[in-house]
Design a protein around this ligand. Structure first.
Ligand SMILES: Nc1ncnc2c1ncn2[C@@H]1O[C@H](COP(=O)(O)OP(=O)(O)OP(=O)(O)O)[C@@H](O)[C@H]1O
Length: 617
């Protein structure tokens, strides 16, 4: 923790800030904007295509109505002054006022529909994009998740998609409206009077300069704030997840100090951005005021010379009021667009990621299996030139129970990963009932394999939902039968709402043992031909373990099973014990055969008894 010192210096944070995960999230968030990219815009635009026939005509009509009515109002004013007021024509004035009211009503209705339909399209586009991203992420292989911490994946599905939301719900349409409005105003002003029109437009480059240069600084300022906030969030996330370790090692003070430093940096960054922001309004107003000064000074001269009427002068003044607004908004929109570019690039980067475990185009459905497994000379590496398995060959008959034993890091879980095709071997192949598992669909393979992991994942929902995860069409009776078979029923009915008790996120209200019992019930319900128990009994107390052993007999009966257990007592009855070391099979045989051999397995058993005796003694 002491290396987390200089928070003020961003680079030091990049180099030393906390865990790998934190560092990754920071880097991921740091690219806040990207140059405009047509290719990316086209890709985003494709998401609007499905709605073009349904909604685009309404949007185009309402856009035209809104802009035309906006442009028409000052024309009415000009006409009213020059003709109704100057000529003291009360009837004409009334007609003009009534027409203006009608135009306002049309504008109001059109605007209402425009907003409703654009936000509807926007929401649908975002919905589809989020759907595609999530479904793609779900299809990606373990290798993808090995490289990316959950936090960074989460940021893309939430923050990056959200930052596109404004672009789709308002941005694109506002740009259109602003461009048409600007063009319309320029044409009308020039038609009124070319000289006065051009004189006023002298201020446009000035306004544009102020708007873009200052906006750039402001944008950077707020980006900095977001970056600092993202770091705080990252740190908070890590701190809350690791709160037990922090408290156990009494590191709260250190942690607080680090948090305070980050918090201060964030406040200073906010102050800077906010100060810049406050200068924007007055500067724009000054530039606008220069435009008005030119208008009234030069306009008055033209009125005096009889070149324009008073009505035209007032009309000019009204149009100028509408002139700065779209220029200003276009500048704002541009910043939004650059941020959206960065977000869409990150989203498409994930979408372009191909699963490393690919299904063949003509992959067959694996028929209901017997459970005969053959591993043929398997070589596998997670990272290049660091083999985790170095030529594993193994034959397993249907219904046999196989125990995988060996020191930590010897390759036990890796064998399971390959069996379920979470990864593909670099060399060799995995055969189930004579089918190479790369030739069959992933779904038909995995649906016939059940897994119980030590760190059982409990989803939010009820206990019943969690067991039913094994087979979604199981009846309530089947869920309860499965729970009874693995001795989970007793603890479940003692929960406040029995099977309908809501488990909190990741089942934090349940003990480790209870979570494992649930996952046993889940696996039993799925009724797979091949069952994998990865250190499944490590965190169950001895009494529960005895019950579980009994239930396991039912669970394993007639199935091919792989058991990884560090507690060697639990695998004593396995048909075949496979002893691994550094990615190689060193010994195979049943308990008695391996004990007689007095090799590695014998050594492991001796070591475990010695450890237990010393612990008891
Ligand atoms: N996702 C991964 N990325 C890179 N290397 C990995 C990954 N998973 C495992 N390894 C490495 O592969 C080797 C075998 O790991 P494996 O998880 O199969 O061991 P294990 O026998 O199951 O260990 P344990 O009993 O501790 O669970 C180890 O050296 C490990 O560091």
């Amino acid at each position: 923790m002491s290396n987390r010192r200089k928070v003020e210096n961003d680079d030091s944070l990049k180099q030393s800030g906390g865990s790998k995960q934190q560092r990754f999230v920071y880097q991921d968030d740091e690219v806040m904007e990207k140059p405009f990219d047509w290719g990316q815009m086209r890709r985003l635009g494709k998401y609007m295509m499905p709605y073009r026939k349904q909604m685009l005509p309404i949007i185009i009509i309402t856009i035209l109505l809104v802009t035309l009515t906006k442009l028409a109002i000052p024309l009415f004013i000009t006409y009213a002054i020059d003709h109704a007021l100057m000529e003291k024509n009360g009837k004409l004035l009334l007609i003009i006022i009534a027409s203006m009211a009608a135009v306002y009503i049309i504008q109001c209705l059109a605007s209402n529909y425009r907003i409703r339909y654009t936000s509807m399209i926007g929401q649908r586009v975002i919905h589809d994009l989020r759907h595609d991203l999530f479904s793609h992420i779900q299809s990606l292989s373990f290798r993808f998740f090995d490289k990316r911490p959950a936090g960074s994946v989460l940021v893309r599905v939430t923050n990056d998609i959200n930052s596109l939301q404004d672009l789709f719900t308002n941005g694109v349409v506002n740009v259109l409206i602003d461009c048409i409005q600007l063009l319309g105003i320029v044409i009308i002003l020039l038609m009124f009077n070319v000289k006065l029109g051009l004189a006023i437009m002298i201020t446009v480059p000035l306004m544009f300069l102020v708007s873009t240069s200052l906006r750039k600084k402001i944008r950077r300022g707020w980006q900095d704030v977001r970056m600092k906030q993202s770091r705080i969030n990252s740190h908070l996330n890590e701190s809350i997840q690791g709160i037990k370790v922090t408290q156990a090692f009494t590191q709260e003070k250190e942690n607080m100090q680090y948090f305070n430093e980050m918090n201060d940096v964030n406040r200073k960054s906010w102050d800077r951005a906010s100060r810049l922001n406050q200068t924007f309004g007055p500067l724009i107003e000054i530039t606008g005021a220069i435009g008005y000064c030119i208008l009234f000074w030069y306009g008055a001269t033209l009125v005096a010379a009889g070149d324009i009427s008073i009505g035209v002068l007032v009309g000019f003044a009204t149009y100028i009021g509408h002139f700065w607004e779209p220029i200003n908004r276009l500048g704002q929109m541009y910043s939004q667009l650059l941020i959206a570019m960065a977000s869409s690039e990150r989203i498409f980067e994930f979408m372009d990621e191909q699963p490393t475990v690919q299904e063949k185009r003509k992959a067959r459905t694996l028929p209901p299996i017997q459970g005969n497994i053959r591993l043929e000379n398997i070589v596998f590496e997670y990272e290049p030139n660091r083999p985790a398995l170095k030529g594993i060959s193994l034959e397993v008959q249907s219904g046999q129970s196989i125990a995988l034993v060996g020191h930590t890091g010897s390759g036990k879980s890796t064998i399971i990963n390959l069996l379920c095709r979470f990864y593909d071997p670099v060399e060799g192949r995995v055969m189930i009932d004579g089918h190479d598992i790369r030739d069959v669909t992933v779904q038909s393979l995995r649906s016939q394999i059940g897994i119980v992991l030590q760190d059982t994942f409990i989803f939010s929902g009820t206990i019943r939902d969690n067991i039913r995860f094994g087979r979604l069409d199981a009846t309530d009776e089947e869920v309860e039968l499965a729970a009874k078979a693995v001795h989970a029923h007793d603890f479940i009915i003692n929960l406040p709402n029995g099977y309908d008790t809501e488990v909190q996120e990741r089942g934090s209200m349940l003990s480790m043992g209870q979570r494992q019992l649930l996952s046993f019930a889940r696996a039993l319900l799925a009724d797979p031909r091949i069952l994998i128990l990865d250190e499944a009994t490590a965190s169950i107390d001895t009494e529960t373990e005895l019950k579980i052993q009994e239930a396991m007999k039912t669970l394993l009966a007639g199935r091919t099973s792989f058991i990884i257990a560090h507690r060697l007592s639990t695998i004593r009855h396995a048909d075949n014990i496979v002893v691994l070391d550094h990615g190689r099979i060193m010994e195979t045989g049943n308990h008695d055969e391996l004990m007689k051999k007095q090799g590695i397995y014998h050594g492991l058993i001796q070591a475990q008894y010695k450890f237990l005796n010393e612990a008891v003694g």
